[in-house]
Design a binder for this molecule. Sequence first.
Ligand code: GLU
Length: 424
Amino acid sequence: MDVRVRFPPSPTGNLHVGSVRTALFNFLFVRKYKGKLILRIEDTDKKREVKEAYQAIYDSLKWLGLSWDEGPILQSDRLDIYKEYEKMLLDKGLVYEQDGATYLKTVKSGQTKWIDLIGKKEISFNNETIDDFVIYKSDGFPVYHFANVVDDHLMEVTHVIRGEDIMSSTPKQLMLYSAFGWEVPEFAHIPVILATDRSKLSKRHGAVGILDFKKDGYIKEALLNYLALLGWTPPSGQEILSLEEMIEEFDLSDINTSSAIFDIRKLEWMNGEYIRNMQDEELEEKLDEFLVDHPAKGKIKPIIPLVKTRIKKLSDFIPLTNFFFTKPEYDMQIFNRLEIGELNEALTKTLETLQNLQQPFEAAEFEQSFKKLSEDLKLSNTQMFQLIRVAISGQLVTPPLFESIRVLGEDETVKRVKEALHSL
Ligand code: GLU
């Protein structure tokens, strides 16, 4: 059997964590079984349509590398087809019109059931709970259940892999399959994603649109990895997996039957792991792509080893390294935090010591000279080196001091200490 799956988002806004995870599971499944993935835009609900959403869907999937094989197919281009199939049911006497809308007459006895691929369990609904329902609205558009079923049939979809949140539509859709006399695809309803407090996931939990994660400095490999683990346990038990490894290991039978928890801190941790384990060249490339209109562009290379283990997101690079590219603004409060009594004297001596050092500065000599100076000034080593740090950066936290100075350059370092002194 040739596997055919579809990802059919409605263009109602940004693609969110849940939708992207659904797309990812479809992608992993279809690549594993070498089938075809159809991208279908379900845009028949004009009231909820957001024009920018179409492009956001394409951009999100492209950024993540979730490629599709057919489409995008827009349902709004297929209205004639749905009309034709509506007529087919009218001719069969299985639907009726009322107030301009068309309703399917549902069977009121017995049960509608299927074996869901998630957990391999039977799901059943009592038919008496399912009233006649609209398949075509009076505005001339088919409703979701109807267009979705017609398309899945015509597009020869073999597996419907989607969120459990829309499982209540499935019995209605099965009734449509049976009204048409069509073969039913396999269904896999993936348990929902909740927030850490087990409430419905929302912006408040950091679960924004996927492209916002990009803007925020997450890298796609980490995001895909994290999303895959929301509800899927790879048989190898490995936590860090590439897309290829996920494809290799993926199976619907390993999807958990309980809901998954989205924890932004875990994602952040994983993103940091990916950054840490990246080749310097790759991180440089990612940062260069990430930094738009930033003075660091093209000058990142020497800083990479200083920041690699200190950033969790690409965006963390900016506050940590800003001082390399812009003159620090000195703030007396920050100097005061060092609790150095004779600040003026300490900075003057710091400047002298720097000017007396051999250039290029050498780590051991640098350290020795300032340890000596701290003794002379009756400062702790921490106070001494923090003073230099604040003088060159205006900040209390930077990458390691000596390495930062090497990147900044001897002349610039001396210049900044002078400026710090003048700022007092
Ligand atoms: N357009 C539906 C949605 O975005 C598709 C659901 C399905 O996969 O059948 O919720």
